[in-house]
Design a protein around this ligand. Structure first.
Ligand SMILES: Nc1ncnc2c1ncn2[C@@H]1O[C@H](COP(=O)(O)OP(=O)(O)O)[C@@H](O)[C@H]1O
Ligand SMILES: [Mg+2]
Length: 232
């Protein structure tokens, strides 16, 4: 579902991703780990075509998305669910309307909207908060709304860039377990994180980035953060 082929990304001559090769299959679940600045967000942004690589190819479901026209980008994004660290919910809209937003934009009829939003809220266990506003929810609940919004259109691929970056350890674990459950329904899930607790709790595929390079890629992996030794 996701494939990178010899991908390089420079920002003004400074490399952020170096000769990245990666294959993530249908329904797979993987963590993308590495310290701050390793290139995790860059890799994620290449996958939803927020950035284009300096060289190399990026495939989503067999389509090289570096070659698609700008007007096809919205079509690509419809096949991707994207979850953000800061949730990016619309503050003046209810939970229901936040989740319904994309369906309305696509002109889906009202009864399908009701059915699909209710079903997505059910997956994240927030049916009883449909009428609430984002600021009435905890951080973990807001992120669950973000996940419901990401899956409401049934995308084959779910990308989450540091989805637990603003959450406490227990809530973080619940969020990644929810994403894991979603992957068992056939969705390909890629989660970037530098949180070793959640990675080591789940023991799933771990792709490690360091200085823009994929330095390891293992099944049932763990993540040990490098300890920074202060130099005098
Ligand atoms: N828009 C940008 N312009 C210039 N440099 C950037 C930009 N985005 C990221 N970088 C640089 O690219 C490298 C990788 O950053 P990033 O992908 O954000 O890493 P991570 O998400 O792992 O913290 C860092 O050195 C960062 O400073
Ligand atoms: Mg990042």
């Amino acid at each position: 579902m996701i494939r990178l082929q010899n991908v390089n990304k420079d920002y003004g001559g400074r490399p952020a991703l170096v000769n990245a090769n990666l294959n993530i299959g249908l329904g797979e679940f993987a963590f993308l780990v590495g310290p701050s600045g390793a290139g995790k967000s860059t890799l994620m942004r290449l996958l939803y075509r927020e950035e284009i690589p300096s060289s190399g190819k990026v495939f989503i479901g067999g389509v090289d998305i570096t070659r698609i026209h700008a007007r096809q980008v919205p079509l690509l994004r419809r096949r991707l669910g994207i979850v953000f660290q800061d949730y990016k919910l619309l503050p003046r809209q209810t939970v229901f309307d936040n989740v319904a937003y994309i369906l309305r934009a696509l002109g889906v009829d009202q009864s399908s909207i009701n059915r699909r939003v209710t079903s997505a809220l059910c997956v994240v266990n927030l049916e009883d908060k449909a009428k609430a506003y984002p600021d009435e929810l905890s951080g973990g609940e807001q992120q669950r709304v973000g996940i419901a919004r990401a899956i409401v259109n049934g995308p084959p691929v779910l990308l989450a860039d540091e989805p637990t970056g603003n959450l406490d350890p227990q809530t973080s674990l619940e969020i990644v377990q929810l994403l894991e459950r979603i992957s068992t329904r056939g969705t390909t899930v890629l989660i970037s994180t530098h949180d070793q607790f959640i990675v080591n709790s789940l023991r799933r595929r771990v792709i490690s980035l360091r200085n823009g390079e994929i330095v390891s890629d293992v099944d049932s992996g763990t993540y040990e953060m490098e300890v920074k030794v202060a130099t005098p």
